[in-house]
Design a protein around this ligand. Structure first.
Ligand SMILES: [Zn+2]
Length: 132
């Protein structure tokens, strides 16, 4: 299994004026980095975290899957997505923040089952609300 989390760099840095998205983006990145630390425990081969900048169509991604949506008659690239590819080349793409957080926290729960170390990530109230 290979995974890639892509987030908007500006949201991560709090430069897009959306504190809620910033809190959630930071949580996603923290969860992904925690999973990466312990990925061997749950059979994940690699986990990339990439941050895209405005006007950046990607290209640096490890897994070249793009999810586009149409808004105001314009094709928008999602700046936030989680891509998972299993050993058979089946690809799953999660573009919604609540799904992404759910998948990431589920992975952390699986890791927690495998180790005595505390691997939990303290989520912001924004993320907790999204998951509830
Ligand atoms: Zn942004």
């Amino acid at each position: 299994m290979r995974m890639e989390l892509r987030v908007c760099k500006h949201c991560y840095n709090g430069e897009h004026g959306n504190p809620q998205k910033t809190a959630i983006t930071k949580d996603m990145v923290e969860c992904a980095r925690r999973i990466r630390e312990y990925k061997d425990l749950i059979g994940i081969d690699s986990l990339y975290v990439s941050m895209v900048e405005e006007g950046d169509n990607g290209g640096a991604e490890a897994l070249s899957v793009y999810v586009a949506s149409i808004e105001h008659n314009q094709i928008q690239m999602n700046d936030t997505q989680l891509v998972m590819e299993d050993g058979d080349g089946n690809v799953l793409v999660y573009p919604d923040p609540d799904d992404i957080l759910e998948v990431l926290t589920r992975n952390i729960d699986q890791i927690q089952d495998q180790t005595r170390q505390d691997v939990t990530v303290e989520l912001s109230s924004e993320s907790a609300e999204l998951l509830s």
